[in-house]
Design a protein around this ligand. Sequence first.
Ligand SMILES: Cc1cc2nc3c(=O)[nH]c(=O)nc-3n(C[C@H](O)[C@H](O)[C@H](O)COP(=O)(O)OP(=O)(O)OC[C@H]3O[C@@H](n4cnc5c(N)ncnc54)[C@H](O)[C@@H]3O)c2cc1C
Ligand code: FES
Length: 277
Amino acid sequence: MTSLYTPSLMEVVEVRRQTADVKSVRIRFQDEALRENFSFRVGQFGMFSAFGVGESTFNICSSSDWKGFIEFCFRKTGRVTEALWRVDAGDIIGFRGPYGNGYPMEAWEGKDLIFIGGGIAMPPIRCAIWYAIENRAKFGDITVVYGARTTRDQVFADELDDWAKRERVRVVRCVDPGGETPEWTGEVGLIPHVLERSNVPASNAVALVIGPPIMIKFTLPVLEKMGIPTSAIYTSIENRMKCGIGKCGRCNCGPVYVCKDGPVFSLEQLAALPMDY
Ligand SMILES: Cc1cc2nc3c(=O)[nH]c(=O)nc-3n(C[C@H](O)[C@H](O)[C@H](O)COP(=O)(O)OP(=O)(O)OC[C@H]3O[C@@H](n4cnc5c(N)ncnc54)[C@H](O)[C@@H]3O)c2cc1C
Ligand code: FES
C-alpha cells in the first residue's frame, strides 16, 4: 500500500564527484510512466532516501526543461549523505517530491538576473541558471557570482566555464584569500567585496542569493547599495525538514511552513518572519 510518504524507486544513472566531499547524482524513475510525466519547477526540492538508513532533503538541481531524469547534488555531512555517497550507477534509491514553491521564473521574465552563490549553494542556483539560459529570450543579462573557499571547492566548475561562453552571460568566480593557485584567473576575495567591485548593472535586476547566513548577511547591504529592493532579492532557506509536505511542523517558522510556503522567499517576505537573516 502506498502513502504520501512512499518514495518512488529511482535508478542511479550517473554519479559525478564535484569536490572532496560533494557529489552530483543523476537518477531516473524506474516506472516508465512516471519517468515520462514527472514535472517540477526550478527551485523545488525532494526527499531522497538511502534504503535502511533514512531520507535527506536536497534541491532538484537539474533544469525543469530536462526530461527523463533529475539530478541532485549533496555534501557528505552525516548518516544519510554518507550512505548516498556510496551509491553508484545501477543502484536504486528513493525519491519523494517535488515539494515547495520553487522560483517565480515567470515573474522574473524581462529582468536581468543576478545569481550569487557560495560553496555548496551552487545546486539550487544551477537549476535556475540552466533554465534561464535555455529560455534565453525571456530574460535580460545574466550574471553569476560564485565563490568557493579554494579552487578545489568549486562545484560544477565545468559548467561555470560553459556558461561564461554563452551570449549575455557573465560569470565572476572568486575564491577566499589564500584559496587561489598560481593558475587561478578568477577573483580573490569574499563574495560581497567581489560583487561590490564587479559593476553589475542592477537597475532592472532580480537577485537570487544563496549561501551561508553570514555570506547573505554581508551581501545584502551591497545589493541594497546597488539599488535592488528587498522585494527583488530572493533566497532559498534550509530549515530542517521531516515530512516535506506541511504535516509534521518540523520546518515551521512563525506562520509559515518552509516546506510548503517556501523554501524560496524574497528578502521582503523574510523580514516579516522570526528569522535571523
Ligand atoms: C529545502 C532544503 C534543500 C536542501 N538542499 C540541499 C542540497 O541541494 N544539497 C545539500 O548538500 N544539502 C541540502 N540541504 C541540507 C541537507 O538536507 C542536509 O545537509 C542533510 O539532510 C544532512 O543529512 P545527513 O543525514 O547526512 O546528516 P545528519 O546526520 O542529519 O546531520 C549531519 C550534520 O548536518 C546538520 N544538518 C542536517 N540537516 C541540516 C539542515 N537542513 N541545515 C543545516 N544543518 C543541517 C546536522 O545538525 C549535523 O551537524 C537542504 C536542506 C533543505 C531543508
Ligand atoms: S517538514 Fe514537515 S511541516 Fe515542513
